[in-house]
Design a protein around this ligand. Structure first.
Ligand SMILES: Cc1cc2nc3c(=O)[nH]c(=O)nc-3n(C[C@H](O)[C@H](O)[C@H](O)COP(=O)(O)O)c2cc1C
Length: 182
């Protein structure tokens, strides 16, 4: 089984998770940033990682997801919100919607990633009624995000992908199905 891991990362959070996942697959995988990603055609399994941008996959990832045909695909992501939030679940779902139905969603993983301090500075300068204004609750969340992805996130990502790898034959045998996130 030849695996392709493609990731999009502005500030390095998603790249860290991608490198942890790569260790699970070792020599049988290629790891590339989305800007240099090859066509998915020659691989058996495509893993795509993105940073959450406005509640969905970042633009470069969206374009890549659209070209994948007829493959088992797994998604992973980092975001500023909490990983067990509705926002995290809907961000994965919105990203999966860029995959056409010839593909099969083999699994997902999401964890927090520190927010660019420059962005937090912009939030601080926003008026109180702005949706991103720096409320105490939001500042608390940004503070929590600042330590992620941490060792436990990377372990959790590896556990999810070890499981997918071990069950890959079964996942592939299930054949092509409509992509769902359930
Ligand atoms: C322009 C921009 C938009 C973002 N939009 C969201 C968002 O909608 N939801 C969220 O939870 N985090 C959002 N974030 C936070 C990033 O998804 C998060 O910090 C991520 O870990 C960055 O990953 P990277 O280091 O791989 O670039 C946004 C960050 C930026 C810069």
């Amino acid at each position: 089984m030849q695996t392709l891991i493609v990731y999009s990362s502005l500030t390095g959070n998603t790249k860290k998770v991608a490198e942890a996942i790569y260790k699970v697959f070792g020599e049988k995988a290629d790891l590339l940033p989305v800007e240099m990603a090859p066509a998915p055609t020659d691989y058996d399994f495509i893993i795509v990682g993105f940073w959450v941008d406005k509640g969905t996959a970042d633009k470069k990832t969206q374009e890549y997801l659209k070209i994948i045909q007829d493959k088992p695909v797994a998604l992973f992501a980092t975001l500023g919100a909490y990983p067990d939030s509705e926002h995290a679940a809907s961000s994965l779902k919105n990203a999966a919607a860029f995959l056409n139905s010839s593909n099969q969603l083999a699994g997902t993983f999401i964890c927090q990633g520190k927010i660019d301090p420059k962005l937090i500075e912009q939030f601080r300068n926003m008026p109180g009624n702005h949706p991103h204004a720096a409320t105490p609750e939001r500042m608390e969340r940004y503070k929590k995000a600042a330590s992620h992805p941490d060792a436990s996130d990377l372990n959790a990502a590896q556990a999810v992908f070890t499981d997918i790898k071990n069950n890959f034959d079964q996942i592939a045998r299930q054949g092509k199905g409509k992509v769902t996130t359930s």
